[in-house]
Design a protein around this ligand. Structure first.
Ligand SMILES: [Zn+2]
Length: 299
């Protein structure tokens, strides 16, 4: 009797083992389910299907088209072209998270805006944004493509210059509201120094002062931490260690610093990646042709 029941038990255990092994083989085991997710999360940043990405550089959005001006019509066409070619807008600071959230099959594009003139963000009444300024165009494009084109861009903002139209987007009464709204809508505020200082012409102490003061003011107005800088005119200080530090009691830390030119930007993690020398592409027809092979209909 004992021997027979042992054989039956062995038989049942064997059957159970075969069933469990089969389920595991078919992918039903919890271990198998958990692995791909973990692997994807860990490896995702290394698995880009692109070696470089564009950081585009805009100044004025106004007519006529010129070296430092893109017309509202051409800016709209730029967005259409990028959308049609599977680009996805991200803020510059997303480099630090290696483009977390980038949809499969898309290439990131960073739209950057220098010098904060009012044609980048202008209120025409308390309730209405100028539909022809950069923010007006970005918002209406986002409304047409709510999921595929989120409101993302990086604005390198000036605080105080001799040109009132460039100080915090030019409308003093709206300055704080604009910086807070850009933050709420998901866009990034970066520094362009406090007053557009040429960083190669001033002392390192003066460089620390403008960098600290800019961080402090922009953070206080917008509520967001400031990690990105575009060097005015692409001019660099003699000692780049000044990009992090403090001036008196004001700490600052520019993790990403943009040039004014340079072409496509290598991906983070690659040998050519240098966070203090982020390359940009100026948004004029010749650059679109050179880097995107785009024969623009821009006028
Ligand atoms: Zn500038």
């Amino acid at each position: 009797m004992a021997q027979r029941s042992q054989i039956i038990w062995l038989f049942l255990v064997l059957i159970a083992a075969i069933v469990i092994a089969s389920l595991a083989w078919l992918g039903f085991s919890t271990v198998n389910q958990a692995l791909p997710e973990t692997t994807t999360t860990t490896l995702r940043p290394q698995s880009y299907n692109f070696k470089s990405f564009p950081v585009l550089e805009y100044h004025h959005i106004r007519r006529p088209e010129a070296r430092w001006s893109r017309t509202p019509e051409n800016f709209r066409q730029d967005l259409e072209w990028l959308y049609d070619h599977d680009y996805y807008p991200m803020n510059l600071r997303y480099i630090l998270t290696r483009f977390e959230g980038l949809p499969e099959g898309k290439t990131p594009v960073v739209l950057t805006f220098d010098d904060s003139p009012s044609n980048q963000f202008r209120y025409i009444s308390d309730a209405a944004i100028d539909p022809e300024c950069a923010v007006g165009i970005l918002k209406s494009f986002h409304e047409q493509h709510p999921d595929e084109w989120p409101l993302r861009a990086t604005f390198f903002v000036l605080v105080q210059t001799n040109s009132p139209d460039h100080n915090l987007f030019g409308q003093a009464d709206y300055a704080e509201r604009k910086l807070q709204e850009l933050t709420e809508w998901g866009m990034e505020i970066g520094s362009h120094c406090y007053s557009h200082e040429k960083l190669n012409k001033i002392s390192l102490d003066a460089a620390r002062f403008t960098l600290a003061r800019s961080t402090y003011t922009l953070k206080a107005l917008s509520g967001q931490g400031i990690v990105s800088l575009a060097t005015p005119m692409g001019l660099y200080p003699t000692d780049e260690s000044v990009f992090q530090g403090s001036y008196q009691s004001l700490d600052y830390d520019y993790k990403l610093v943009c040039e004014v030119a340079g072409g496509l930007q290598p991906v983070p993690g690659s040998a050519k990646f240098d966070p203090h020398h982020i390359r940009r592409i100026q948004t004029i027809d010749s650059e679109w042709a050179k880097f995107f092979n785009r024969n623009s209909s821009a006028q």
